[in-house]
Design a protein around this ligand. Sequence first.
Ligand SMILES: *[C@@H]1O[C@H](CO)[C@@H](O)[C@H](O)[C@H]1NC(C)=O
Ligand SMILES: *[C@@H]1O[C@H](CO)[C@@H](O)[C@H](O)[C@H]1NC(C)=O
Ligand SMILES: *[C@@H]1O[C@H](CO)[C@@H](O)[C@H](O)[C@H]1NC(C)=O
Ligand SMILES: *[C@@H]1O[C@H](CO)[C@@H](O)[C@H](O)[C@H]1NC(C)=O
Ligand SMILES: *[C@@H]1O[C@H](CO)[C@@H](O)[C@H](O)[C@H]1NC(C)=O
Ligand SMILES: *[C@@H]1O[C@H](CO)[C@@H](O)[C@H](O)[C@H]1NC(C)=O
Length: 880
Amino acid sequence: MASLLVSLSCLCAAVVGFPFRTPLDLDVTPRVTVLSSGLQGCRRFQSSAVNYSTLLLEADSERLYVGARGAVFALSASDISASSALTIEWEASSEQKRECVLKGKDNKTECFNHIRLLQRFNSTHLYMCGTHAFKPLCAYIDEKEFVMSSQPEEGRDKCPYGPTTGYTALIIDQQIYTASQYEFWSFPDIRRNSPPPSLKTEDAPTRWLNEADFVGSALVRESLGSSSGDDDKIYYFFTEKNQEQSSTYSHRRVARVARVCKGDRGGRLTLQKRWTSFLKSRLTCSLPEYDFHFNVLRSVFVMHGLTPQDTLFYGIFGLEWKNVKASAVCRFSLPEVEEAFQGPYMENQGSGSNWREYVGKIPDPRPGTCITDSLRDRGIKVSTSLPDEVLDFVRRHPLMSKQVQPVDRRPLLFRRTTDYTHMAVHMVQGLDEQMYHVLYMGTDEGWLHKAVDVKGQLHIIEEIQLFKEPQPVNNLLLSTKQMSVYASCPSGVVQLPLSNCRRYASCYDCVFARDPHCAWNGAACVDVMTQANRSALIQDIQHGRTGCEKTQYNVVQRSRSVRVGDDVLLQCELSSNLATPLWTLNGTEVQGYDLNSGFRTGTDGLLIIEAQQDQSGLYTCHAVENNIRVAVVTYNVTINLDLPPSPPVKPTHSLFATLPAPSQGLSSESSSSEGPQKPLLLLSPKNMEAVYLSLITVLGALCVVLAVVLVYVGFCLRVGQRGKYSLRAAAAAHPSSKRSRKQHRNSSNMELKTVSSHCNGNGFCNGVSKRHNADIQDDGFLHIVPGEGHTSPNKEPPPPAPPLPPTSQFPSPECDFPNGLSATLPSVLRRMNGNSYVLLRQSDSENTSPLCYPFADELNKILEKRKHTLLLPRPDESSV
Ligand SMILES: *[C@@H]1O[C@H](CO)[C@@H](O)[C@H](O)[C@H]1NC(C)=O
Ligand SMILES: *[C@@H]1O[C@H](CO)[C@@H](O)[C@H](O)[C@H]1NC(C)=O
Ligand SMILES: *[C@@H]1O[C@H](CO)[C@@H](O)[C@H](O)[C@H]1NC(C)=O
Ligand SMILES: *[C@@H]1O[C@H](CO)[C@@H](O)[C@H](O)[C@H]1NC(C)=O
Ligand SMILES: *[C@@H]1O[C@H](CO)[C@@H](O)[C@H](O)[C@H]1NC(C)=O
Ligand SMILES: *[C@@H]1O[C@H](CO)[C@@H](O)[C@H](O)[C@H]1NC(C)=O
């Protein structure tokens, strides 16, 4: 305990100095959580291959091509699980793998042929490149036969050597544009490989790219409809080492956009075989009011508009500290990127000095621009005719001074504890005639978030678990033709419908969802696309409130009959994470916050503690969302006098009694209070008084210590996360965990988590001290995350909590049972010393597969034993 206290106070001291406060309020909670077991219309493709990454959709042939480790597949885009899959096996030879191991590479990941490039080459052929056990090769695929049409060719200048090296590639008019740090020791490079002359970026005297990590590239056909005869341009997105260290921006890495002109042929003497049009600028994505910068670009989605000028770049940004999860989504417009490239340049006077805005004379034609009609009129028809003076300027001034700000001047979305990896966006017209952008975002743990942009704010409609085992989403692809979203992950490919409106059971549910695909037709929530007559459909994407006032909905009716003195749990599971429960008894609101009221409102139900006869009545659970109250379930509760003399008092609470006694359940290691307690029972009455006194002293001292710890912890949580260590209140604000989010939804929900406020016995103190151990170990509670730079093994994040012993496995609220009930005892509620409850938490079931505790089975056993005392012929789970 002492060491815990010391370490906590050290941590607090370490973070107190930072002014940053976690912008908790900005965090967006997904409205609905869908577990992989509840997925509908989902199709999967899996094979003996792993590491599915590259995806290529061919709308005409309705084929989805998938590159994996050692194989390429051609799947039917309408149903990827269909058995018609074609395969090209392409694994590195065992000799090549041996060589790879000799080079010191990892034989479990790197010494395989990971397909990194898979794109259309011409009308009959595809082109692919693989890492081929650290010796990249490329090959053509005859699309019709789906076979390799030639011997593989050298891929060293087109494909990175490793499976995770940042890389982006485009094949445009049979020219291959790639960007990567190809070999381990080489400089990062943007290349056009074929046809000649091949072009590269420059390394000296000014290095154009600094440890760049590429995430995407896009062709924008700006020649289309251009009045100035502009060229098509290729935009590159990456994160690189920050050269312009300044007092206002001190991050080590910085997100960038760079561009080159498609018609670039390099210079004649200066910049020979180098880009003459390379310019780069900074992409900013920050929360200005918190002075908080998302400086690492993880992925980009390019949304092409009706004209090139309507192009939007969606970026997923993260933090520099690898161990702190957080994501932001920012959106940039092409005109604003172009504006930065039109602005002032930066300059650097020799190595070691700082970058400053260049204020001198700018040569003409403007360095870094594409060849346009006005240049052609002056006789400059290709880049090789550009004056040396211009090319020399380009060479030394690749960086622009102006930064590109997001369209909305702030992130569309900020989310803690989630790392998004990839996204895809499409536009849907709502019934209000407005165009809505719908975003699909994959996470590093195998979830898919669907969100809609409403006035520059993202509302997350749902979070969908694609795989039970956490694994990163490697790639995402949308097809409006197939109405599907495809996600490739290490263990397989998943195809999901763009929407699943049937999930919303009532008009309110449908409207609250704010899904532009869905509307209520009077009887069901339906896909708008399938409806011929849309005049009567109800939808409210803007506010998620109106339209359902006149509709009828069903309220589940149940009855409970219990005896006086029993504890009764009335379950009420809300499908929406944004709703809060509200209970009424005979029409008046139940106050479940007061300890003396006899009620506790919890995350998934109402608990009547030691029911009294005057608590009989009609209980109704309402879901309150967007300030609208919707009844969910009513219970007619009858509390009867216990006429036949009851068996011994303890079994009355047999649900809790059958669970292990506190000291067993809490077992194991070190809580200083546990030591002296056990011998106590063996002492003679004479010694008892002294022992009690000392016990009280010890417990009192412990309580003081705990209070101090709690104050510290509370302080830490408020201070937030930054710097060397970060503390996260995961239980209080772990938005990726459904349960904890539910607990945190409103203050009343915290009630069940709180142990009674006085120190009334070892139950309480054990419980709390145990909880503090759990705080440190259990990933769900309080996370101590070493910051970057701590690479020594002993400073790794603490190991996950040891699994709870089998006797203390409790129902997880996420477990569904065949009878349609979900086992939802409010997490874990245990009766301790007759007058207080302790809530124990399981480790996060998103990280570990949930241990489904068969609460219903357990209950049946209890009820079997107690048949003689039953009052109802068919009692159900909450009458205990
Ligand atoms: C490939 O997949 C395996 C598990 O399926 C995973 O452990 C490994 O990290 C993956 N490798 C890459 C490069 O994604
Ligand atoms: C990788 O190499 C280690 C020893 O260096 C060996 O034990 C292991 O079996 C190898 N794994 C594979 C998949 O070849
Ligand atoms: C496409 O490219 C491949 C490989 O270079 C070539 O064999 C084939 O003839 C080309 N097809 C067409 C239609 O040009
Ligand atoms: C569409 O439905 C509305 C209301 O149900 C009805 O009044 C209207 O005639 C329908 N229109 C068509 C074209 O069927
Ligand atoms: C609720 O109403 C029922 C009858 O409708 C009555 O028996 C019961 O006492 C009432 N409960 C409370 C708490 O008022
Ligand atoms: C509640 O149940 C009791 C008997 O269990 C019944 O007499 C009473 O009418 C019921 N009340 C309602 C409102 O259904």
